[in-house]
Ligand binder design. Structure first.
Ligand code: NDP
Length: 453
């Protein structure tokens, strides 16, 4: 059995059967058997089933939010927002089956047309930081495009994905269309990667595991999309609204206790504005409510596990330049107070590596060119922000920073309707928006000769 631990109390909250290779193979076989009929469900009927699934999730969203808040240690208000995104995601992709358009292409002698064909069985491997949300980003477009699914959630947070499997059956999705295997990544995840009947793997998690998935998938030329780590820059120029940038900066890095691939954990501040920025940020960080995830007022919960707590702590040794430290409860649970290090050099370990915890580095810069150079001096390229009142400078920076997603005078990264994914070692492919469907279909070209000779 998997003992599922509640991070706020360090107590076991549930036990679920642990899947292994046999269960993974059985899930792949079920998905393979269900594929031909699911692919052939008419577009309108597939859309209706996805709408019904969205409705059922919405009906259960309070219970799902509580389960996610307890299992992932996230504030209940965040978990509710996430469940509403899950519903929106299924509704958005419910529009896709009837809009999977191809081309007609002018050619000599006949007619040429393209079709976007489903891939078959897709293996979806998801992390523990946004369990059901990230699952929905993959499951919804995969099903909409006519694929069948084997979803492997992280062992630390399998509960809402297992619920999703039950809800899908209840909503009328045929048996075998959506299968969930809860088991270790090194067993069930790697089996999906090597399995000859799995056409594609979509993965979110660490860059290290992403690398091994890309290598493993090469053996069967599987399609792969990878959404990996980040070390995103939040670039704040002296001409920005410093109060607004400083008020927004904590949630952009301490949201989900920093366990967010989009966390803006490198805060680049123009040198002349550093003192004003830190003073304003201190007010915001010390006001953050850190505590019981089920309390309505909580803004940040615990880390996911004792291991994660130890890893995050290693980035803040006794001689670290701690400029600001917020609060965290004592007692059981994996708590770490929001922490701002300043000044930090971009080559310091805390600025170079993805910490995945509530630790931010403030890095001063002299001018636009230096800001872009520091922002790009990383193996990652997932997200980021630019704060300035100079519109042309904002757009120059947005184009200069090597990243898949960037916001101006805002720290938003993810929307159901817009593409999300990384440059460089932050990943391959795009989730969400119209682009995700490209990664769950292959293009078929059909030529039909019409000339008589
Ligand atoms: P992992 O990359 O190990 O886990 C992500 C998913 O991959 C989980 O479902 C995991 O399963 C699975 N997995 C693990 N090993 C394999 C494998 N060999 N083959 C196939 N699937 C596998 O992340 P961790 O949980 O270990 O977190 C470590 C670090 O990764 C974090 O500190 C953070 O830096 C980064 N991370 C980034 C995320 C993001 O959103 N980009 C999300 C999570 C982590 P299981 O856990 O059940 O073994």
């Amino acid at each position: 059995m998997i003992e599922v631990v509640e991070p706020a109390t360090a107590q076991v909250m549930a036990e679920v059967p642990r899947a292994g290779v046999e269960e993974t193979d059985a899930a792949v076989a079920a998905a393979r058997a269900a594929f031909p009929a699911w692919r052939d469900v008419s577009p309108g009927d597939r859309a209706a089933l996805l709408h019904r699934l969205a409705d059922r999730i919405e009906e259960k969203s309070d219970a799902l939010a509580t389960l996610e808040a307890r299992n992932a240690g996230k504030p209940i208000s965040d978990a509710r927002g996430e469940m509403s995104m899950v519903v929106d995601c299924f509704r958005y992709y419910a529009g896709a089956p009837e809009r999977l358009l191809g081309h007609t292409i002018p050619v000599a002698g006949g007619v040429d047309m393209t079709f976007r064909e489903a891939l078959g069985v897709v293996g979806l491997i998801t992390p523990w930081n946004f369990p059901l949300t990230i699952a929905s980003w993959k499951v919804a477009p995969a099903l909409a495009a006519g694929n069948t699914v084997v979803l492997k959630p992280a062992e630390l947070t399998p509960l809402t994905s297992l619920e999703l499997e039950r809800i899908a059956l209840d909503a009328g999705l045929p048996e075998g269309v959506l299968n969930v295997v809860a088991g270790p990544g090194s067993v069930c995840g790697s089996r999906l990667v090597e399995h000859p009947d799995v056409a594609k793997v979509a993965f979110t998690g660490s860059t290290e595991v992403g690398r091994s998935i890309a290598a493993g998938a090469a053996q069967t030329i599987k399609r792969v999309t990878l959404e990996l780590g980040g070390k995103s820059a939040n670039v704040i120029f002296a001409d920005a609204d410093i109060e607004a940038a400083a008020a927004a900066a904590p949630s952009a890095v301490f949201g989900n206790a920093g366990q967010d691939c989009c966390a803006r954990s490198r805060i680049l501040v123009e040198r002349s504005a550093v003192d004003d920025f830190l003073a304003a940020m201190e007010r915001a960080v010390t006001a953050m409510v850190v505590g019981d995830p089920l309390d309505e007022k909580t803004e940040m919960g615990p880390l996911i596990s004792a291991d994660q707590l130890e890893t995050v702590g290693s980035y803040v040794p006794d001689d670290a330049p701690v400029a600001i430290r917020g609060s965290a409860p004592d007692g059981p649970g994996f708590w770490f107070a929001p922490t701002v290090l300043s000044p930090v050099s971009n080559s310091d370990r805390a600025a170079a590596e993805e910490i995945f915890g509530p630790v931010a580095c403030v890095i001063p810069f002299a001018d636009e060119a230096e800001a872009a150079a520091i922002a790009n001096d990383t193996i990652y390229g997932l997200s980021g922000s630019v704060w300035t009142r100079d519109g042309a400078k904002a757009l120059r920076m947005a184009r200069a920073i090597e990243t898949g997603v960037i916001s101006i005078n805002s720290n938003s990264s993810v929307r159901v309707t817009t593409p999300f994914g990384g440059f460089k070692q932050s990943g391959v492919g795009r989730e969400l928006g119209p682009d995700a469907l490209d990664h769950y279909t292959d293009v078929k070209n059909v030529y039909y000769r019409t000339d008589e000779d």
